[in-house]
Design a protein around this ligand. Structure first.
Ligand code: RB5
Length: 143
C-alpha cells in the first residue's frame, strides 16, 4: 500500500499520480488534501509518516509546491527517510543507497510527464542491501 499526501501546491500533480498508480494496478491510500484550497503541508506529512511507521503502508509519496516543506516535516519522524527528487537518477540512488520510504516532489517544480517517471523509478528500485549503506542508514538516528 502506498500512502499519498499533498497540500494545495501539490494537489494537481497528485491527481496525475493517483491516475498513474491506478493504471499500474497499485493500491494507495489518500491522506489528502482533497482540493486546491489553501492548507498546511505538515498535516499530510504527519499522516503519511505515521501510516508508514505503523506498517499500514510500505512507501509514501508527498507533494507540496516545492516538495521542501513537506519533506522537512516528514523527516522529523524517526524511521522516515523522505527524499526530495525531481529526477530519475536521484530517485534510483535514494532507493539503492538510502532505502528511502517516502518520495517528495514539488508540484510547482516538475511537470507530470517527468514526475510519473520519477515515481516509477522510486517504486521499482529495490534497496541495494549493501552493508555500507545499512551502516550509514543506522547512523542517521544515532544520538
Ligand atoms: C504553499 O504555498 C507552499 O509554501 C508549500 O506548498 C510548499 O512549497 C512549502 O514548502
Amino acid at each position: 500500500m502506498i500512502a499519498l499526501g499533498c497540500d494545495h501546491g501539490g494537489f494537481e500533480l497528485m491527481q496525475e499520480v493517483k491516475k498513474h498508480l491506478a493504471e499500474r494496478g497499485l493500491e494507495y491510500k489518500d491522506f489528502g488534501t482533497d482540493s486546491t484550497a489553501s492548507c498546511d503541508y505538515p498535516v499530510f506529512a504527519k499522516a503519511v509518516a505515521n501510516s508508514i511507521l505503523s506498517g499500514e503502508c510500505e512507501r509514501g509519496i508527498l507533494i507540496c509546491g516545492t516538495g521542501i516543506g513537506i519533506s522537512i516535516a516528514a523527516n522529523r519522524f524517526e524511521g522516515i527517510r523522505c527524499a526530495l527528487c525531481h529526477d530519475c537518477f536521484s530517485a534510483e540512488a535514494t532507493r539503492q543507497h538510502n532505502n528511502s520510504n517516502i518520495l517528495a516532489m514539488g508540484g510547482r517544480i516538475i511537470g507530470p510527464g517527468h514526475a510519473l517517471k520519477v515515481v516509477d523509478t522510486f517504486l521499482d528500485t529495490p534497496f541495494s542491501n549493501d552493508e555500507r549503506h545499512i551502516r550509514r542508514i543506522n547512523k542517521i538516528d544515532e544520538k
